[in-house]
Design a protein around this ligand. Structure first.
Ligand SMILES: NC(=O)c1ccc[n+]([C@@H]2O[C@H](COP(=O)([O-])OP(=O)(O)OC[C@H]3O[C@@H](n4cnc5c(N)ncnc54)[C@H](O)[C@@H]3O)[C@@H](O)[C@H]2O)c1
Ligand SMILES: O=P(O)(O)OC[C@@H](O)[C@@H](O)[C@H](O)[C@H](O)CO
Length: 381
C-alpha cells in the first residue's frame, strides 16, 4: 500500500528538503501551496530534481509528488489529510495561523472515521513551531474532537537545517547544499523517514542550530546589506565580517556551552564548519533572503535577541550580538514589508521604541543601551 504525506509549502525547504526525504522514503507527497504555477507544474511533471550545490553538482530525481492549491481546493486538501501518515509544514512561522483552520477541518473529518495515527510536524525556523501550530489548530476544533485526539494525532517539534537559496521560478528543480539535519522530538515509535533524527529533548538541538547557523547567517546578511553586498559568500570575502561572525558565534557559543553542557572544542568546530557552509559559492544565496523578515528575526525568542538576553542573564558577553541587532535595525530593504515597517517605526519613534515593541527589551536594559550605541556608530559610517 502506498504511504501518503501532506506537506504545506512547496517552496525551497518543502521541495528541496522535507518533501524530498518523504519521497525518497517511499511516500507519495501531496504538496499544498497557494502558488498556482508550482502546483500546476507538480501535477504536470509529477517529478523534479534536487541539485546539490557542490563541485560535482549531483542530482537526485524526486518522484511520486502532486500538488493542491489550498485557496481553491480545500475539499481535496481535507481528503488528502484522511490518507496521510504525516502532515508537515515549511511555510514560514507567520503563515501557520492561516493554514491551521483547514488542517483542523481535515483532522476533524479524519478523527470521525479512523484511528490511524497522524503525525504533525512544523519544519520552521522557530522554537516550538509545532506547539504554536497545534495551538492554532486547537483554536479551530470543537471540544468533542479535541477530546478524541489522544493516541491518534501527535504533534512533534523539530529543527530543520539545510541552506536552500531562492530558486529559478520557472522550474520545479531545487538547488540545495549537500549538508542537512532534521531533528524531531518524540518518544513515540514512528514510521522511519530517511534523514529524520529522533531525540527525546529538542532544546539543545534547536538552540544550537538557531543560535549558530541562523545567528551567524543573520550577522552576514545584515552587515553585508549594510556594506552594499548582495551575496552571502561574497560578504564573507571581507575578513572583518568573517571575524565579526566568529566573535558573535563565540558569544552564542558561550551561552550554549554553559546551558547545555556542550563540549567547548566540539562547539568551536561546529562554528567553523558552519562558516564554511556559508562560504559555499555554488549556493549564490542572497543577503536579502537571509535577512528577510527582520521583525520576526528581532523577536524576543529569535536568533539575535534570545541569545543576547540569555547571555546577559548568565553574566556573559553580548556586545557582538548587540552589533548584529544594530545592523538588523539598519536593514532598510524596500522590498521587504517587515523591513519597511521597522524603518517607519525607527523614523517615528527611534531605536529604543523598536527594541521595546518588537524585541521586548526595556529602554533601560543594558542590551538596549549597547544596541543604541552600536546603531549610532554604524549610522555614522
Ligand atoms: N530556505 C532555507 O534555507 C531554510 C532552511 C531551514 C528552514 N527554513 C524554514 O522553512 C520555512 C520555509 O522557508 P522557505 O525558504 O522554504 O520559504 P519559501 O518562501 O521558499 O517557501 C514557502 C512556501 O509557502 C507558500 N505559502 C505562503 N503562504 C501560504 C499559504 N497561506 N498557504 C499555502 N502556502 C503558502 C509559498 O507560496 C512558498 O511556496 C521557513 O520557516 C524557513 O525559516 C528555511
Ligand atoms: O529562513 P529564515 O528567514 O528564518 O532564515 C534565513 C536563513 O538563515 C535560513 O533560511 C537558513 O538558510 C536555514 O535556516 C539553514 O538551515
Amino acid at each position: 500500500m502506498v504511504k501518503h504525506t501532506v506537506h504545506f509549502g512547496a517552496g525551497n525547504i518543502g521541495r528541496g528538503f522535507i518533501g524530498a526525504l518523504f519521497s525518497q522514503s517511499g511516500y507519495h507527497v501531496t504538496f499544498v501551496d497557494i502558488a498556482d504555477q508550482i502546483i500546476s507544474k507538480l501535477n504536470e511533471d509529477k517529478s523534479y530534481e534536487v541539485k546539490l550545490a557542490s563541485e560535482e553538482q549531483e542530482t537526485i530525481k524526486i518522484e511520486n509528488v502532486s500538488g493542491l492549491n489550498n485557496m481553491n481546493q480545500e475539499n481535496e486538501v481535507i481528503e488528502a489529510i484522511q490518507d496521510a501518515t504525516y502532515l508537515t509544514t515549511a511555510i514560514g512561522p507567520n503563515i501557520l495561523p492561516r493554514i491551521a483552520p483547514l488542517i483542523a477541518r481535515g483532522i476533524s473529518e479524519r478523527i470521525a472515521k479512523t484511528n490511524e495515527k497522524l503525525y504533525v510536524i512544523a519544519c520552521e525556523n522557530q522554537i516550538g513551531a509545532t506547539d504554536i501550530l497545534k495551538k492554532y489548530i486547537f483554536d479551530n476544533l470543537d471540544d468533542e474532537t479535541k477530546g478524541k485526539l489522544e493516541g491518534k494525532v501527535y504533534f512533534f517539534n523539530s529543527a530543520v537545517d539545510r541552506i536552500v537559496p531562492i530558486q529559478d521560478q520557472d522550474s520545479l528543480d531545487v538547488l540545495v547544499e549537500p549538508y542537512y539535519e532534521w531533528v524531531v522530538e518524540t518518544e513515540e515509535e514512528i514510521p522511519p523517514i530517511k534523514g529524520m533524527k529522533i531525540v527525546e529533548d529538542l532544546a539543545p538541538f534547536i538552540e544550537r542550530k538557531l543560535f549558530t547557523v541562523n545567528t551567524g547567517h543573520a550577522v552576514i546578511a545584515y552587515l553585508g546589506y549594510f556594506e552594499g553586498k548582495s551575496k552571502i559568500h561574497e560578504t564573507l570575502e571581507d575578513e572583518a565580517v568573517t571575524s565579526q561572525v566568529r566573535e558573535t558565534l563565540k558569544e552564542t557559543g558561550a551561552y550554549l556551552v554553559k546551558e547545555y553542557g556542550l563540549n567547548q572544542e566540539e562547539h568551536l568546530s561546529y562554528i567553523n564548519k558552519n562558516i564554511e557552509r556559508f562560504r559555499n559559492p555554488h549556493l549564490n544565496d542572497m543577503v536579502t533572503r537571509v535577512g528577510r523578515a527582520p521583525k520576526r528575526k528581532l523577536g524576543p525568542e529569535d536568533r539575535l535577541i534570545r541569545p543576547a538576553t540569555q547571555a546577559q542573564k548568565a553574566g556573559l558577553s553580548f556586545t557582538n550580538l548587540a552589533k548584529a541587532i544594530a545592523a538588523a535595525l539598519l536593514f532598510d530593504n524596500p522590498e521587504d514589508a517587515e523591513a519597511v515597517e521597522i524603518q517607519e517605526m525607527l523614523q517615528e519613534h527611534g531605536p529604543a521604541y523598536v527594541l521595546k515593541n518588537v524585541s521586548g527589551l526595556n529602554e533601560d536594559s543594558e542590551i538596549t543601551q549597547e544596541v543604541i550605541k552600536q546603531y549610532e556608530i554604524l549610522k555614522k559610517k
